[in-house]
Design a protein around this ligand. Sequence first.
Ligand code: ADP
Length: 251
Amino acid sequence: MEAIITGKNIVKTFGRGGEQTKALAGVDVEIGKGEFVAVMGPSGSGKSTLLFALSGMDGVTSGSVTFCGAALSELGEKKLADTRRTRMGFIFQQPTMLKNLNLLDNIILPAAQDRKKRDGLMKKAKDLMEKTGIAGLAARDTTEVSGGQLQRAGICRALMNSPEILFADEPTGALNSKSAEEIMRLLAEINRDGTAILLVTHDAKVAARADRVLFTKDGAIVSELPLGRPGGGDMEARGEKVLAQMAAVGV
Ligand code: ADP
């Protein structure tokens, strides 16, 4: 499989002097184009730091990260920002929205750097809202929707530029199990349409939808579980495999 992101011997250290934390201690990782990879591990094991490093949101102390063959550290600030904005999408536990804008405007805002494209963006945002089941909420205030609906809006916003990869840091962490399930169905569908996903989660049911699960501990990838593409009705068995591996690894 052709790689979209390759990390080689990534080390990330926080702090200086005597108070240093090695958040990543020499990680090698490759994410394939269109692949869905989940990352699991105990709190503080380096999951978020890995996601930040692979997306270029934060630099690395040593080692390299390449995106479609280009080293992120050599892109320069503007090209790196453009790459992140146009080719990557980001979803967090709770999307940050501007309170004085309605849901539709919040979805469009980050993509609307070019005013001339506004009509096209409006159509794209409305199509995405339709696809994610929040078409009727365009004019709503962001404080007048449920957590699940807000996360759908966050996903729409992340998809506005049709990214090649979606980075998701515990996207279902703040949701009830029904909303979490719906968000995961949506992410699986987005992945089936060709977008790669790198997702951090604590939930075996969520990880079960990935092609592969990486397990982190003390800043290293200590284990990997290949699950393959999900087929019809095998989700429970995949979840069992993830739980067994979590127990084996001690997550
Ligand atoms: P996880 O996502 O698995 O919970 P993190 O990647 O957030 O773990 O953190 C890994 C380690 O790096 C932890 O020990 C954490 O305290 C430390 N760390 C993360 N971010 C920072 C930061 N900005 N400054 C200092 N230490 C940090």
